[in-house]
Design a protein around this ligand. Structure first.
Ligand code: ARG
Ligand code: GLU
Length: 721
C-alpha cells in the first residue's frame, strides 16, 4: 500500500496533466496539442475565438466574484448555490424563505428580479503588452514606470474600438511582464429562477466545506435579461431574455475515471511563482496567526449560536464566511508541510541558480535576483504580520472596530470636503447601518472584542499598539472588563444612540465620535499601524514587485523548455485535467465520485448541516432516478478531477472533451488547498456537482422539469471505451 502511494506521488507529474490556468487567447499556441493528446475532441478555436461564436461566449463572471454559464438559448444561467446565496437571501422573507425551502419559478413572470446581481462576459481579448510597456525601461523607478503604464493604458483605451454597451479592461499578467485587454459586456438585469433548499444546496455546510467526499447540490439558476436589441440594460419590466451567441449543451453521458475535463471561469488569485521564503512566510507565519485569531472568534460565536437560535440566524452567514477562509488556511498550512512545498521550491531555486551560474549572460542579468528577493521577504515579514494581525483582529473579526473604521471615513470626508459631502456620505452609510444592526448582537461582539484585544496585546509589538491595549486592559482590570467598559460607554454598538447621533450636525457627530471609547480604541491602533507599519510596507512592497516581475521573466528565460501560465487575477481562464481519485496518505485512497447513497449515510434528522428533505429520502427509497442514474443504478452527486482551480472558479462549468457541460465546480479537496502556492498533481483536486444531480434535483425533486425543455441535452455522444 505504502509503495503504491509513493509510486503515485512520483509518477503523478507524468500520468496527470500539468497545473495551469491558461489564457483562452493563447490556447492554440500553448495548449492545444497537449489537450488533444489528453483527449480534447474540439479545437482551441471552438473554445475561444475573437470573432466567431465560441464556448467562451457562454461563460460569465457572476456577481463580481464567482463564475456562471449560460445553458439555454434564452439566457438561463447556472451557478453555485453559495454564489447566489446573498441574492437569494435578500429575496427571502419569513413567509417565503427560499434559502430554507428552495424556489422554482413556474414561468417567466415568476422569475424574481435580483437587484445588483451582474453577469460579465468577455467579447474578445487582445495582447497589448507592446503598447502598455511603450517608453517603459527597466531602469525606471517603479513609480515612474507605473505612471507611464497608466498613461499608455489610457491611450490604448482611447484607441480601441468598442460598442456603446461594452467596457474595456486592461490587466497585468506574469507579474507585470505582459498586459492583456478585455472587451466586456455586463448584464445588470438578472432574475432568480430557482434553487434547491439549503439542505441540498448547502448540504454538509461548514463541516464538509473543503472536504472530499462531498455530497452538496451546490447550484442555483438565474436568467439574464437584456434590452430589445439584446444588449445590457438596467432592470426594466419589459426587458427580454438574453440570447447568447453560444450556450452550453448538457451531457447526460456521465463521467468515468480518466475522462478529460476542462474548467472555464474566473479564478481570483494564486501565487505560484513565489520563492520558498515567501511560501514559508505564508505557511509558517501568516496562516498560523490568522487561523489562531479566527479559532478564537469562531469558538466564541459558536458558543452564543448554540445557546440561542435567534443569534444563530443572525450570525450564520458571518460565521460561514469567516470559517471558509479559516478552514482554507488551515488546510493550506498543513498541505504545504505534508507535501513538502519548501523542498520542492528549494530544489527549483537550486536548479534555477545552477543554470544561471553556468551562463555568463544569465549570471549578469539574474545572478542577484533570488538572494535579494529572499532578503526583502525577510525584511517585510514583521510588517506583513502586523498588517494581517491588525486587519484580522480590528476589522475582520470584530464588528465594533470595523464599524468605527467605517464611521471614521465619515469624519474624514467632513474634514476634507465639508458638510455637503458629509451629508451625502451619511445618507450612503445609513442603509448599511440598518442591515448591520439587523444581524448584530453586542454581547457576542463584546466577547469577541475581549479575545481580540488580548491576542493583539500578546502577539504584536508595543509600537503597533500592543502597549496601549495592555495599559487599557490593566486600567480596567482585564480584557473582559475593558470590553465591558467600552461596550457600555460607546454609542457604536447601540442602535438607538448611533441612529440618533446620525441626525446631528457634522460637527457634533465628529466631536462625539472622537470621544467615543470604541472609536478611540480603533483610532489608536489604526494610527499606530499607519505610522509604524504602513510606511515600511510602502517602502518594501514596490521593491518586491519589481523583483518578482524580474524573477518571473527570468524563469521564462532560464526554463525555456517549460510552459508558464500567469497567476490567476480574476480574468477568464481555462484549466484542464482528468477525472481522478487520489491517495492523500498511506493506505488511504479516495474514489472519484459520490452518490445519493452517501447523502443518506450522512443524514442526521433535524441537524442544521446534515438534514435531508423528506422528498429526497423518498426518491432515494424508490430509486426513482430516471435518466440521471449511473449504469449501475445509483444517483451521482459530485466528482473530482485534476483541474487547477481557485476561489472565483465557484460556479465554473466543468466541460467534457466536446465542450458539453458535465458538472459545476464549487470547491477543492482538503489535502490540496495549498494549490494556490504549490500545485501538486498527485493531491490537488477540484470538486464539482455532477450535472446529472443538478438536473435530477430540478426535475424530480423540484418538479421544474419544464426548464429542461429549453436546454440542449446530449446523450450517447461519448465513445464507449
Ligand atoms: N469552500 C468553497 C469556497 O471557497 C465553498 C464555500 C461556501 N460553502 C460554505 N460551507 N461556506 O467558496
Ligand atoms: N468555493 C470557492 C469559490 O467560491 C471555489 C473553491 C476554491 O477555492 O477552489 O470560488
Amino acid at each position: 500500500m505504502k509503495k503504491n502511494f509513493l509510486l503515485l506521488l512520483l509518477l503523478a507529474p507524468f500520468l496527470l496533466p500539468a497545473q495551469g490556468m491558461w489564457l483562452p487567447l493563447l490556447l492554440e499556441k500553448q495548449n492545444e496539442k497537449d489537450m488533444k493528446a489528453l483527449g480534447l475532441k474540439i479545437s482551441a478555436d471552438d473554445l475561444y475565438h475573437g470573432v466567431d461564436p465560441s464556448v467562451k461566449d457562454a461563460i460569465c463572471m457572476f456577481d463580481g466574484g464567482c463564475t456562471g454559464e449560460v445553458i439555454s438559448p434564452d439566457g438561463l444561467l447556472l451557478t453555485n448555490h453559495h454564489c447566489g446565496f446573498s441574492a437569494i437571501q435578500q429575496l427571502s422573507t419569513l413567509e417565503n424563505n427560499y434559502i430554507e425551502n428552495g424556489y422554482w419559478a413556474t414561468d417567466r413572470s415568476t422569475e424574481l428580479p435580483a437587484p445588483g446581481v451582474t453577469a460579465m462576459f468577455v467579447s474578445r481579448m487582445e495582447d497589448v503588452t507592446a503598447l502598455a510597456l511603450q517608453n517603459v525601461s527597466e531602469s525606471m523607478a517603479e513609480r515612474d514606470r507605473q505612471s507611464q503604464i497608466d498613461k499608455n493604458i489610457a491611450q490604448i483605451k482611447v484607441n480601441t474600438k468598442k460598442e456603446k454597451w461594452e467596457e474595456l479592461l486592461i490587466r497585468p499578467f506574469y507579474n507585470g511582464n505582459q498586459y492583456f485587454l478585455f472587451v466586456t459586456q455586463t448584464f445588470k438585469d438578472l432574475r432568480f429562477v430557482g434553487a434547491p433548499p439549503s439542505s441540498i444546496g448547502k448540504f454538509g455546510s461548514d463541516t464538509d466545506n473543503w472536504v472530499w467526499p462531498r455530497h452538496t447540490g451546490d447550484f442555483s439558476m438565474f436568467r439574464i435579461y437584456a434590452d430589445k436589441d439584446g444588449h445590457p440594460a438596467p432592470y426594466q419590466v419589459d426587458n427580454v431574455p438574453y440570447h447568447p451567441r453560444q450556450f452550453l449543451p448538457i451531457s447526460l453521458d456521465g463521467i468515468e475515471e480518466g475522462d478529460f475535463t476542462m474548467v472555464y471561469g474566473f479564478p481570483g488569485r494564486t501565487d505560484e511563482y513565489l520563492t520558498a521564503t515567501a511560501v514559508a512566510q505564508t505557511g509558517e507565519v501568516l496562516d498560523p496567526a490568522k487561523v489562531a485569531i479566527r479559532d478564537r472568534s469562531l469558538k466564541i460565536m459558536d458558543g452564543f449560536m448554540r445557546k440561542d437560535p435567534a443569534v444563530k440566524i443572525a450570525y450564520v452567514a458571518k460565521y460561514a464566511s469567516i470559517a471558509n477562509a479559516w478552514k482554507k488556511w488551515l488546510g493550506e498550512m498543513q498541505g504545504l508541510k505534508t507535501y513538502k512545498a519548501l523542498d520542492i521550491k528549494n530544489r527549483y531555486e537550486a536548479e534555477f541558480t545552477q543554470r544561471v551560474e553556468q551562463n555568463a549572460d544569465l549570471k549578469y542579468r539574474f545572478g542577484n535576483l533570488l538572494p535579494r528577493l529572499r532578503q526583502l521577504y525577510k525584511d517585510q515579514e514583521p510588517y506583513i504580520f502586523a498588517r494581517d494581525y491588525y486587519s484580522e483582529t480590528c476589522l475582520r473579526n470584530n464588528e465594533i472596530l470595523a464599524q468605527a473604521a467605517s464611521l471614521n471615513s465619515l469624519i474624514e470626508v467632513f474634514d476634507k470636503n465639508g458638510a455637503v459631502f458629509f451629508a451625502q456620505k451619511q445618507r450612503d452609510i445609513a442603509p448599511a447601518l440598518n442591515s448591520f444592526f439587523k444581524d448584530y448582537r453586542p454581547e457576542v461582539d463584546e466577547a469577541v472584542f475581549a479575545a481580540m484585544a488580548e491576542l493583539y496585546a500578546q502577539n504584536t509589538k508595543p509600537e503597533w499598539g500592543a502597549d496601549f491595549v495592555q495599559k487599557e486592559a490593566a486600567k480596567y482590570g482585564g480584557f473582559p472588563q475593558l470590553a465591558a467598559h467600552i461596550f457600555q460607554n460607546s454609542v457604536i454598538p447601540n442602535r438607538e444612540k448611533l441612529q440618533a447621533l446620525f441626525t446631528e450636525s457634522p460637527d457634533k457627530v465628529a466631536e462625539t465620535l472622537r470621544k467615543d471609547p470604541a472609536f478611540v480604541f480603533w483610532k489608536t491602533l489604526n494610527d499606530a499601524f499607519q505610522t509604524n507599519v504602513q510606511p515600511k510596507l510602502q517602502e518594501i512592497q514596490p521593491q518586491i514587485n519589481l523583483l518578482q516581475r524580474q524573477y518571473m521573466a527570468a524563469q521564462m528565460v532560464v526554463f525555456k523548455e517549460k510552459k508558464f501560465f500567469p497567476d490567476a487575477n480574476s480574468t477568464l481562464r481555462l484549466t484542464y485535467g482528468k477525472v481522478r481519485g487520489f491517495s492523500p496518505r498511506d493506505a488511504v485512497s479516495y474514489e472519484y465520485q459520490t452518490t445519493l447513497d452517501g447523502v443518506m449515510e450522512k443524514y442526521i434528522p433535524g441537524d442544521y448541516e446534515f438534514d435531508v428533505p423528506q422528498k429526497l429520502r423518498d426518491l432515494w427509497q424508490s430509486k426513482d432516478y430516471g435518466q440521471y442514474a449511473t449504469p449501475d443504478g445509483r444517483l451521482p452527486v459530485a466528482f473530482i478531477a485534476s483541474n487547477h482551480t481557485t476561489g472565483g472558479n465557484s460556479g465554473s462549468p466543468a466541460l467534457d472533451a466536446r465542450g458539453n457541460l458535465i458538472g459545476l465546480n464549487f470547491d477543492r479537496v482538503w489535502e490540496g488547498t495549498m494549490s494556490d502556492l504549490n500545485y501538486n498533481p498527485a493531491i490537488c483536486r477540484n470538486i464539482m456537482v455532477d450535472v446529472r444531480y443538478v438536473l435530477f434535483i430540478v426535475d424530480k425533486f423540484g418538479g421544474a422539469g419544464y426548464l429542461l425543455q429549453e436546454m440542449k441535452l446530449v446523450k450517447g455522444k461519448k465513445k464507449k471505451r
